[in-house]
Structures are given as structure tokens and as C-alpha cells.
Write a protein that binds this ligand. Sequence first.
Ligand code: SAH
Length: 361
Amino acid sequence: MNTAELDFNLKGKSLSELEQLFAELGQPKFRAKQAFRRVNLHLATSLDDFSEFPKSLREELAENNAMPTMPVRHRSAEAGSHSTEKFVFDVGLDPRRGKTESAKSIEAVWIVSENRRTVCISSQAGCTLNCSFCATGTLQFLGNLPAWQIVEQVYELTRVRGERVSNVVFMGMGEPFHNYEDVIKAARILHHPEGLNIGARHITISTAGVIPSIERFTTNREPFNLAISLNHSDPAARGEIMDVDKKYPLDKLLIAARAYTRAMERRITFEYVMIPGVNMNDEHLRRLIKIGRSVRCKINLIPLNTTLQGWRRPSLAEAQKFQGALLDAGLTVFNRGSPGKDVNGACGMLALEMAGGASTG
Ligand code: SAH
């Protein structure tokens, strides 16, 4: 058969897609599982690692760029040997489109906290959303990442750090729910028992509030954690800091959130960036408590990490007071802090320049 139009990329493919590919190549079905395990469990970097494949097949795959790579351009670690580290990847080559595009970069962060090893990954190069507190929003939007470039972030950080990842959060650059198919596909591959087998409850997808995708996630009963970046509790003011609220307003967003918690009998996570003078006064607190009591949820507070708009980070006392009031109201509330802040790797800082980062190249 004519294989010219086949997509040979072994990365980012589900088991059934691999089965289709190997069928097209006239190969036995078991090659699919072998390839899936090489890519997603053993984290192979080249076809040379596919020792169970006949040489001719390895050559055919190699000629067709079946194992594309996504080079790390920069690494930048916080002080201390077991520390949080930010990675910048070149994602210029997208074999799915079959041509080299101008270099783009995306970022992923390895976050160490107690017994957790969390990888925070990007779903898009840039973002279309324009949240006024977020540095990624200042970037030009360059495109959705295909599933292979999403999982590859986890794989490369695992190879480099040499430890098992315990958690994955889709909280890097981009809006995951504007790249729904590839994000869900990537999450399923990461969760797959023949791959890294990361527990579904250890994979969190965070959205700024794209309601149709939240509904789809609910209807499909996806097993992954869902987080919503609430960031403001006043329906009249949320749109001032998040453009997405103009299209998907807070009241409708809360209806979708409640529908999710009911259908799944599961809590949702609300993220709330604390910005003094913007969303932390008594009225905002009162509204947030009301929301927290009306949706089965946990609230993650994040101190502002950027100085965009001239806004500032809350002091420790301000953050504690805000959190304390929510706790007193009986809500489940955590202050997520800012791991990675020293390397511009904390929430909202991706796209900011590397602070003292050493090039790996
Ligand atoms: N677009 C998705 C994924 C990004 S997640 C979303 O909005 O959920 C990134 C998280 O960091 C979001 O909760 C966002 O509200 C938060 N964030 C963005 N900018 C920030 C900043 N400057 N300081 C602290 N948190 C920020």
C-alpha cells in the first residue's frame, strides 16, 4: 500500500491508533502494545531502543520520523538539590503537519513538595485568553500542542530527573479546554496501565471556565480531577480580570460546576489568585464563601506571582487572614504557595524570562 500519507509518529498515539498503524504496515497486532510500552512506559528516545522490532521495521519507522523529539532549550532549577525546576522546550517541529515551523517554545515545571513529584505541563504554545494577571496571556498564541508534545513534557522531565512522577497538572501555558481532544488523549495515555499508569486522581486538568468543555468532560465522565480558575467571586467584576468570563459568565460557570459535582459525586477544585485591591475585600470574601458553600469544592488559594497592571502579591498576613476567614466558614481551603517562583516557574509566570537559567545546549 502507499504509506506516503500515514502518520508514523509513535508518540501520542492510543493503543488502538497504534494497532491501526501497524495493520496498515502489514505488521502483527502485538507490535502496537510493544510500541506503546517502549514509548510510554520505558520512555524510549529512539527506535534503537525497540530491540524486539525487526531491523527492517525499525528502519522504515526511522525513515518516517516515527520518534520525533522535542529538545529542552533551557533548564533552570531553584537552589537545593531536590528542587523545583523549570524546563523550556522547542516545539518547532510538528510531524503531524509534516513541516518545520518557526521555533516556538513551551514550558513545563517539575515541582517537589514533600513526597510528591508533580509535573506542571503546557497544553498550548501561548494562550488566547488574556487573563490580566497572567504572563502567558501576553504571549502571541501560536497553536495547540498535539498529544505527543503534551506527554513528552512528562517523559522528558522524568528522564532528566530520574524519578517517578506522582502527579500531573495541566496548569502550564495555555487553556487545556481549548485543546480538548489532545489534552484528554494525553491524560489517558499518562493514566494507561501499559504506560506510566498515573492515577486518574493524580491528574488534574485546570480550566479558566470554558463551559462547553466542562459539560463534555462531565458527560464523558472523565476520571481526572477538574479544577476551575475562579479568581473572582463577583459576577460583575470577574470579567474585568478574565476575558473568558464575558463569553462564559460566572453564574453559568457555577451551574456547570455544580452539574459536574452532582454527576460525578465528586469535588471540584476552585483556584483563586489572591490580588490585593482586586478580589480580596470583605464583599469578595462573602461572595466566595457563598459559592464555596453552594458547590462541593476545595479552594486552592494562589498568591499573585506577577506585577502586571501594577498589582502586588499579598503579604503573608493578608493571605492568612483571607484563608482564615474561609476556613472559619467551614470551607476546605489550601494556600498553594508559589513553588518555582525563583525560576519564574510559578503560576502565571510561564513565559517570563528565565531567571538565571543555565542553557543545556
Ligand atoms: N488556563 C488554565 C490553565 C492555567 S492554570 C486555567 O486558567 O485554569 C494556571 C493557574 O495559575 C490558574 O489557576 C491561574 O488562575 C493561575 N495564575 C495565572 N496567573 C497567575 C499569577 N500571576 N499569579 C498566581 N497565579 C496565577
